[in-house]
Ligand binder design. Structure first.
Ligand code: CAA
Length: 286
């Protein structure tokens, strides 16, 4: 197994900043990279706020929060990831963007380092194939919000080596997460099951089975889920849900995965969910 000390994160959005926080709190040196200064500053400040909130709630000491924060270096320059032992990519869920990032990472990062992707649905085998080190590429799929959710889904690409897979599994475990192993098929394990459930909830709304509020209440109180499926879709982002349904539909070529027309319509209208205040429910964005 490889020794991992320095972890690079690509993308300071909601997933990247959560992974950076947890990595720093569990003793890793972190380099948080984002090409956009605004996102980088926002993500870095968000981590500080989360660490301070945790101190106020008595989850950890002020000294521990300070030490974790000090472990995070930020950069707008990808070459600053060159000495990382592991880089976890958590950029927007777009195929071409991820391929482009992995091509660049392969050029700038130490050639024996592991490159992992937090993709929720894009093939790890395809991502690995754009690099010259496919045996060193694996999927590490964290759940949102990263500091709270206990799971990391590990994905083996066709060429992922056993050493790479055991190394990333041990990193996730050191971060306090439970690791499950999934093969590289569309949606892996979590989204293969979660997204059809969300999509079915959208169909129920579309067909007038019940209101959005009642569908959520039904599943929250009737099946003990922390959020109803439509509320969860808003939380994940409706654009992301649609993108994952398209991956399932295209990749598995089965009509049972067709995205609900109402989901398409909401995304076309720019209703992306919580992130812009409007999805199946309305949110206060102030
Ligand atoms: N970052 C850090 N901590 C957060 C947080 C965030 N963004 N949001 C909430 N928390 C913490 C709170 O600080 C609080 O901690 P304490 O209990 O220690 O005080 C705890 O989470 C509970 O938060 P709240 O009391 O504010 O709210 P809640 O009880 O309604 O819980 C929730 C919020 C944890 C998000 C809960 O509703 C939940 O578990 N929802 C389901 C989330 C889920 O399913 N995520 C996976 C989505 S799928 C995915 O990510 C993969 C994909 O590919 C699409």
């Amino acid at each position: 197994m490889k020794a991992i000390q320095v972890v690079g994160i690509v993308g300071a959005g909601q997933m990247g900043r959560g992974i950076a926080q947890v990595a720093a709190q569990t003793g890793y040196e972190v380099v948080l990279f984002d090409a956009f200064k605004n996102s980088l500053d926002f993500g870095h400040n968000f981590i500080k706020t989360q660490l301070d909130k945790g101190t106020e709630k008595g989850k950890w000491s002020a000294d521990d929060a300070k030490a974790a924060y000090a472990k995070i270096r930020t950069s707008e320059n990808m070459t600053d990831l060159k000495n990382c032992d592991l880089v976890i990519e958590a950029a927007t869920e777009k195929r071409e963007l991820k391929f482009d990032i992995f091509r660049k990472l392969d050029e700038v990062v130490n050639s024996v380092a592991i490159l992992a992707s937090n993709t929720s649905s894009i093939s790890i085998t395809e991502i690995a194939a754009v690099t010259k080190r496919p045996h060193l590429v694996a999927g590490m799929h964290f759940m949102n919000p990263v500091p709270v959710m206990k799971l990391v889904e590990g994905i083996r690409g066709l060429e992922t080596s056993e050493e790479t897979f055991t190394t990333v599994a041990s990193v996730a475990q050191k971060m306090g997460k439970t690791w499950i192993a999934a093969q590289d098929y569309p949606g892996f394990a979590v989204n293969r099951i979660l997204m059809p459930m969300i999509n079915e909830a959208v169909y129920a709304l579309y067909e007038g089975v019940a209101s959005a509020k009642d569908i959520d209440t039904a599943m929250k109180l009737g099946t003990n889920q922390p959020m109803g499926p439509l509320e969860l879709a808003d939380f994940i982002g409706l654009d992301t849900c649609l993108a994952i349904m398209n991956v399932l539909h295209d990749g598995l070529a089965d009509t049972k995965y067709r995205p609900c027309p109402l989901l398409r319509q909401y995304v076309a209208a720019g209703r992306y969910g919580r992130k812009n205040g409007k999805g199946f429910h309305i949110y206060d964005t102030k």
